[in-house]
Write a protein that binds this ligand. Structure first.
Ligand code: C5P
Length: 236
């Protein structure tokens, strides 16, 4: 019998870039287009999964045939991701989550006046959602239901004189505790908004790093195929 690799699986994917408000008309944002997350959602849907897409700001439309939850900020994305994780077999964090948000959000538009000093914006850290998802999986009460849940992170690394991209990514994988980390090697003109990508998939299990390159759809297909293998390995 022919069966799609993710038939019957529930997959939650976050995509796009969060926007952190400063006042009613301004925000701090990032250049994430949402293309990679959307391509992953399409690949997971085509593999037979029931897909929930948690969409922060995206330059591309959400695909057909997936359940879309719109969010704006990192805190909203966290709420949506933690809620969706409760009944997900797989959670993929492809969103570019702002590491910091303005400490205070002005209820009214911040005014420019000649007689006042230049404004200073104080930032506070956002929670690391990927790490919280890993913690939630093994929290008392969740442990039994989520034993086989697979959690996948993304990382954009630049590498520098101190260490190479894979070494940095391996440290990140350990720190975050996710099962797979999909690592992009980024330069200034690469990845953001582009249609192609080149990644290395690292596994917590210590399996050999797997390379995948091509269009964001091809990379997504490789990631989803790998997810299918991991799921069937732990829960045949
Ligand atoms: O630490 P870094 O931002 O490089 O980690 C990237 C990964 O962590 C991505 O999967 C991203 O979605 C996730 N992340 C998160 N919460 C944050 C920052 C990043 O879940 N506050």
């Amino acid at each position: 019998d022919f069966q799609l690799p993710l038939a019957g699986r529930k997959v939650t994917i976050s995509a796009g870039g969060t926007r952190e408000p400063l006042d009613p008309v301004r925000f701090l944002g990032n250049r994430s287009s949402g293309k990679q997350g959307v391509a992953l959602a399409v690949a997971a849907r085509n593999a037979g999964a029931t897909v929930r897409l948690i969409a922060a700001h995206m330059d591309v439309p959400a695909p057909a045939g997936v359940d879309v939850v719109r969010v704006e900020t990192a805190l909203q994305l966290r709420e949506a991701a933690l809620a969706a994780a409760a009944d997900s077999d797989v959670v993929i964090m492809a969103a570019a989550v702002a590491d910091f948000r303005p400490a205070e959000v002005s209820g009214t538009k911040i005014k420019k006046r000649d007689d006042t000093a230049d404004p200073v914006i104080t930032l506070v850290r956002n929670p690391d959602i990927l790490q919280e998802l890993v913690e939630a999986r093994s929290a008392p009460g969740n442990e039994a239901a989520r034993r086989h849940q697979l959690i996948v992170g993304f990382a954009a690394e630049t590498g520098d004189g101190q260490g190479d991209v894979v070494a940095y990514a391996e440290a990140k994988l350990k720190r975050k505790g996710c099962d797979l980390l999909v690592v992009n090697h980024v330069g200034t003109d690469k990845v953001f908004g582009q249609d192609t990508n080149s990644v290395v998939i690292l596994a917590r299990s210590g399996a050999e790093p797997q390379e995948a390159a091509g269009s964001k759809s091809e990379v997504s297909a490789a990631v989803i195929t790998r997810v299918g293998h991991e799921l069937n390995h732990v829960s045949p």
